[in-house]
Design a protein around this ligand. Sequence first.
Ligand code: THG
Length: 274
Amino acid sequence: MLIVGERINTSRKVKGEPVIESAVMNRDEQFIKDLARKQFEAGATYIDVNCGTLTSGEPEALEWLTQVVMDAVDAPISFDTPNPAALERALSVYDPAKGQPLINSITAESGRYEKILPFVLKYKAKVIALAMDDTGIQSDPEKRLAVARMLVNNLFTAGVPMDDIYVDPLTFPIGTGSDVAVTMLDIIEKLRNEYPNVHIIAGLSNISHGMPARKLLNQAMTVLCMGRGLDAGIIDPNDRYMMALIAATEALMGCDEFCMNYISYSREGAFEGL
Ligand code: THG
């Protein structure tokens, strides 16, 4: 499972305080570096950077975040913005020696697709394709699936290798409707059957928005999604229980030969106290 660490996001609050947003506005390098390092050490492959809550200066802030994260860790970055100007500034300072960048995200919305695609091609980036178009996010699974299919086909035709495409079926909070998780699981299963070589990713912490004991819902949803074919997740890698469950699920699904990874994580102490 590819792990994208979600913690550098200005919309995140800690005990009700917008601590990430303050750190970005104050250009607090140590705070951001610490978040990047902690996620990398916990097993994040990509470090996501999102400063979309800033009402002005998102491009400057995303460029700054990119520099700071590159200074802190040898990990590629997931650029989490719908804003082409912010994406352009961040990518222009990104060092490809850190690894292939991930553009988070493109959609089938008119305007957004055409503006983002050139960056994907120019920087040979991996790209997350959100299953939404000008009509928004469809709640009907067949309709959302149709948007996902169209995005995968269009990106592939435009020259993006299947291995660089990460389809995101979109995660609604479970509090918005008791069937939203079932719908999402249905979409994941169908995509996996139709496109064995495409990657499927989701922002799994969204599922628990507004609910108590959020981590439990995030963990349960992650296991369910993996069971249907999800192979990448935007999660909090510093949730040790989540990371342990992912390792256990991979072993059970036959993606971990002789349970070698599971056993070595155990030896390293990753499961202590769980
Ligand atoms: N798909 C794609 N990108 C995405 C999302 C997605 N980017 C943003 C978001 N969704 C994924 N990132 C987060 C980051 C934080 C939270 C949820 C999704 C979150 N955090 C809690 C909070 O703010 O209260 C918990 C904070 C904590 O303790 O860590 O809800 O779906 N492609």
